[in-house]
Design a protein around this ligand. Structure first.
Ligand SMILES: Nc1nc2c(ncn2[C@@H]2O[C@H](COP(=O)(O)OP(=O)(O)OP(=O)(O)O)[C@@H](O)[C@H]2O)c(=O)[nH]1
Ligand SMILES: [Mg+2]
Length: 623
């Protein structure tokens, strides 16, 4: 059919074809529409609806992305190298370090109303099976993931609901469990939760507080909410039958009506959830247990009513809104002003393909590079490692094969006040074990650059200290993950639970931390107490750029070499304590600090950085 119009059109409508060729002036015919590729056409035709993930991304990231400067777009690709790449030679990974997700545990399946029927038994005893419990949601921090974008895109995570019970006492199948995998270093915080069982308990408590048992018993099933809890026998088809069954339902005050919970729920972390998943987890941790399934009709058989025509519905699942925040864990965090050369250094030192550009804010999201210390077959290129059993026996040293380095976006003045890309990415240096301050020797006074960077870092540290203090006041500290170290059930924790022969309470879930209540809050060393050193880059450039050279300097002083010498002198004075720590903190790390000159673009001086870092990492483990 498609080919017909094309073939017949000139014969059916010859005027159309004549007019386009003759009526239009020659000038118009020469006009050519700009060539549009297939992809462009798609782009214009579609209306862009932002996805959940895009809504989760900080809007600043895209707003701040600068267009590539003309000089770079016209660069011939033939001159590009790994350390001075063409604009398109970088890996662009999606990175999201903060997102909100909603998790829902599965609802339980309903119990079944059924009676034994046989060739010889026409009206047998009840044999309805129980409903299966809903699926639970687990969380696991796994290595190899560096972003939360997959979770941000999913938004809502639901475990499967339990299947209803069946006749012949067949229990329903359990709902499907879900394991949420997050990168190591993710902090999980609860924003709100809706737990129908807790809400029901509250409702019953309120009813009991305002009414007597007789008044509650007298409540019609619609008001007591009983009707919503039961499955009525399908054989009761007429209204009269159903009303008759409803009149036999157990009362709200009976013990069988107490809200039930799945046995897994004792392993849930206490609400509100606050987890710090800073270690790789061998097995998943339960976040929220699935709701329990309903009871089949045999549970309600009594002497008075041996064939109950009702069963209970399964409980509803719990919904929790969680905020996930990723704080990358790297051995070294690079801190530097924009355009200082951090990404070039990361490329030179590691396998990273992070973006490089001669403009500020080339890097918009942190990237982790892995620095290999062996030739990938286990032969060490740099001597590094820690004794396996903390003895000095060199035979028992486990060689270090790699360390990781985080290239984070540049800091500008007042980054701690959330200027530039500051605050959102400063948190990634919080967990780096070593800080490497990258200063550009060709961009003016290196000591002033270092002090400016330290000022931002220590201001951020103050801010964090205040935040952590406020948080621990609210929640009593962050909970660090540890396998099967669940809180004791409330009943045993407050001494009302199981008692031994002497009448003393016994703990069913003994904690490995002795008798301390709850789990200990995480303690990270303050940022200023972390080991740090300076990487003075762009050492290949002979002189300081004209506009950034310090005023009143002679020609000899405006060389990058003299700049480095004064930086080295400053570092020595900090180490000896003659000058205050640049962060202004009394507990600041001062021992064995160094300034290492490098030319990242030529790959010179990189070996020293690797050896120095490996040495500091070794000393951190042994010390
Ligand atoms: N001559 C010379 N140029 C360098 C060196 N290192 C980096 N550059 C150049 O400096 C510019 C900025 O480098 P980047 O590595 O993108 O700087 P950055 O610190 O990552 O910048 P942001 O991501 O914006 O914070 C690029 O044009 C690099 O080619 C070096 O050692 N020598
Ligand atoms: Mg960069």
């Amino acid at each position: 059919m498609n080919s017909v119009p094309g073939t017949l059109m000139p014969f059916l409508y010859p005027c159309l074809f004549q007019s386009t060729s003759k009526a239009l002036p020659a000038r118009c015919l020469r006009l050519r529409l700009p060539k549009r590729t297939h992809r462009d056409l798609h782009r214009t035709a579609r209306v862009h609806i932002p996805s959940f993930a895009e809504q989760n991304v900080s809007p600043r990231a895209s707003a701040l992305e600068p267009p590539p400067p003309p000089s770079l777009t016209s660069t011939a690709t033939s001159t590009s190298t790994h350390l001075n790449p063409a604009p398109d030679d970088y890996s662009r990974s999606i990175f999201i370090d903060k997102c909100v997700i909603t998790i829902s545990s599965g609802s339980g399946g309903s119990g079944c109303v059924s009676f034994l029927r046989d060739a010889h038994i026409s009206d047998g005893p009840p044999n309805g099976g129980d409903g299966g419990s809903g699926g639970s949601i687990y969380i696991q921090a796994v290595p190899g993931q560096t972003s939360l974008h997959k979770l941000a895109r999913r938004g809502i995570i639901k475990a499967g609901r339990g299947i209803g019970g069946q006749g012949k006492s067949q229990g329903g199948r359990r709902g499907e469990d879900i394991c949420v995998q997050v990168p190591v270093g993710t902090v999980v915080r609860e924003i709100w939760r809706s737990d129908p069982s807790v809400e029901e308990e509250h409702r019953l408590r309120e009813l009991r507080a305002t009414m007597t048992d007789d008044e509650i018993l007298a409540l019609p099933p619609e008001q007591s909410g009983l009707r919503n809890k039961f499955v009525i026998y399908a054989g009761a088809t007429t209204t009269a039958d159903r009303t008759q069954v409803a009149s036999t339902l157990p009362s709200l005050t009976s013990s069988i009506m107490k809200p039930r919970r799945s046995h897994l729920s004792v392993l849930q972390p206490p609400a509100p959830i606050t987890l710090d998943l800073d270690k790789q987890m061998e097995s998943p941790m339960l976040l929220v247990a699935g709701a329990i399934g309903g009871l089949g009709n045999p549970h309600f058989a009594t002497k008075e009513d041996p064939k109950p025509k009702y069963a209970t519905k399964g409980a509803l699942g719990v919904r929790i809104k969680l905020e996930l925040e990723l704080k990358l864990l790297a051995d070294v965090g690079l801190v530097g002003l924009p355009n200082a050369g951090k990404s070039t250094l990361t490329r030179a030192i590691s396998n990273s393909r992070t973006r490089i550009g001669d403009w500020a804010f080339t890097t918009l999201s942190p990237t982790i590079g892995t620095v290999t210390l062996d030739n990938n077959v286990g032969r060490p290129l740099v001597r590094s490692g820690v004794p396996s059993d903390h003895t000095s026996d060199s035979a028992s040293i486990i060689p270090r094969q790699q360390f990781t380095i985080a290239d984070i976006p540049g800091l500008i003045e007042d980054a701690h006040l959330d200027k530039g890309l500051g605050l959102s990415f400063l948190r990634h240096i919080e967990r780096a074990r070593i800080l490497a301050f990258v200063v550009d020797l060709s961009a003016g006074d290196a000591v002033a650059q270092l002090k400016a960077l330290w000022k931002e870092v220590s201001e951020y540290e103050n801010l964090r200290d205040r935040e952590i203090a406020a948080q621990s006041e609210q929640h009593g500290g962050t909970v660090s993950w540890s396998p099967f170290e669940a809180r004791p059930p409330a009943s045993t924790a407050n001494g009302n639970g199981l008692l031994n022969d002497e009448g003393a309470p016994i703990s069913v879930f003994p904690s490995s931390r002795g008798d301390k209540p709850g789990l200990e809050p995480l303690s990270y060393p303050p940022i200023s107490a972390k080991p740090w050193f300076v990487i003075a880059t762009k050492a290949d450039i002979p002189s300081i750029r004209g506009d950034s050279a310090p005023e009143n300097t002679s020609n000899s002083q405006s060389t990058t070499q003299s700049n480095f010498i004064s930086l080295q002198a400053y570092m020595k004075s900090v180490e000896h304590g003659t000058v205050a720590h640049p962060g202004g903190k009394p507990n600041g790390w001062k021992s064995r600090i160094a300034a290492i000159p490098v030319s990242a673009i030529r790959g010179e001086g990189i070996d020293r950085v690797i050896r120095y870092t490996a040495g500091v990492l070794d000393s951190l483990v042994v010390g």
